[in-house]
Design a protein around this ligand. Sequence first.
Ligand code: ARG
Length: 253
Amino acid sequence: MVMLVVCMLGLAACGKSAAGGEEGSKQLVMGTSADYAPFEYIDTATSEEIIGFDVDLAKALGEKLGYEIVIQDMDFSGLITSLQSGKVDFVMAGMEATTERSKNVDFTNPYFRSDISMVVASDGAVQTFEDIKGKVVGVQVGSIQAEKAKELQKEVDFTVETRDRVPDLVEEIKSGRFEGVLMEDVVSKGYIKNNDNLKVISVPNNETGGASIAFPKDSELTEKFNTELAEMKENGEMDQLVSKWFGGVKSVD
Ligand code: ARG
């Protein structure tokens, strides 16, 4: 009976966290898609660890609220479902709070914004967006770039292809199967740095709403995280993280 009351008072106290923690467990499992440097990625040259802006931000927020953050990597398209099924406790993956996604999960306020641009081969047939006519453009499955591509198809006639992981999309430019790949501008910078064979061109209607943190519907953590995000924007901690990860863009290969 006492246990029942405790359970009713707070689910976390009953080990309901995706971390599978026992009573009093203070772990939160973050679902992410570690293929999007500098948001979240594995720097294979140095370790197996998932690092990035989102990871640092999640850990900072967790620390303030008394949670240890455990990271679980998966394909971007599986993140919302994993959150709904309780496999993960929240999602941070440079993910935008779209109307469609908001039907299934709750989002915090945006914490970082970057526009969409297109990575192309430097000496390829596509030098401006209009050149994409009749060509193949790659986008990540389930991303807003996939939606954006459909919109752009109304202006210029081109073919859209999808892959689960962003580095695989870029590989297809190198192998000549794709002529362009849509992604966030700050991510594209990592690919062109130290790679003369790739460059970035701009696309029309390239604005995004920015990245937010996703929680299960009606989670009380959404407002708690919002409060801490606001605090971090206020006290300069957010700026510090932004310049750490987006200030000097690191190359991705
Ligand atoms: N910002 C885009 C979206 O919300 C793409 C995010 C991709 N993130 C990733 N970790 N691969 O759909």
